[in-house]
Design a protein around this ligand. Sequence first.
Ligand SMILES: [Zn+2]
Length: 292
Amino acid sequence: VATAGGVRSRTVTYLAIDIGGTKMAAGLVTDNGLIQARAMVPTSPADPWSCLCEVLDKLGPLPTDVRACGVGCGGPMEPGGETVSPLNIHPWRGFPLRSSIEALVKLPTFVDNDAKALALGEGWIGAAAGERNFMAMVVSTGVGGGIVLDGRLLDGASSNAGHVGHIVVVPNGRQCVCGSRGCLEAEASGTGIADRIGAPAATASIEERVRAGRLVGRAVANVAVLLDVPLTVVAGSVALGFGDVFFDAAQAELTECARIVYTAGAVIKRAGLGADGPLVGAAAVARANLGA
Ligand SMILES: [Zn+2]
């Protein structure tokens, strides 16, 4: 596009795909992190691949300036999402997600854990923009996380670093889907809370909301002490739905538990991208892999 000041480069876009147990979303995201188009379909428990094809059909033909495809998906997975086995998508066990999507969309395709994707998105244009050391968490049906340390997203040996939902916060607590007991996910996820109270998490009492906030704060304190991470941004329907009472309790527990000098001032904030987080995060996965 020619401008008065010279020639401005064209806006690069990313095809972003968010794969979840309840819905699949796809969108076009600019290199400024703006979502230009989006589509969504519910995830069929029996045939998730058809849902993925359907959401891309719904999004329509791709513009010619789309440079790459970024995908966020629930874990666990193999490095780069070559195969995925999301706990909440039962037909996919060792499913070859990255190559399947690449063959479908005919673009360079990059896959990462959805919570790690969110961390990249929050560090790009969200509540952690410009921060070099932070954790992003999702407290929703499950609990996930991604950690950026020294400006780099942590991958780990199997690319599952940051799985904060399986830090034990209640010794000998509730049975967790991972096989352990008392994990944050078993105690403070939407599913865990619903099991505890025998009703949907959205109906939880103030006491339950405070308890969930405290347990999240306890997990965050462990991460803050271990990795010297002063900022955690929290997204997800449970955290955001529980609101101030949850965030105040989380912050109080963090302050109480992380007492070593370098964690003074460690904070928990609401994530900044809201409902756009998953798609912006998926785009950020492509962007990061292209070296942007
Ligand atoms: Zn667990």
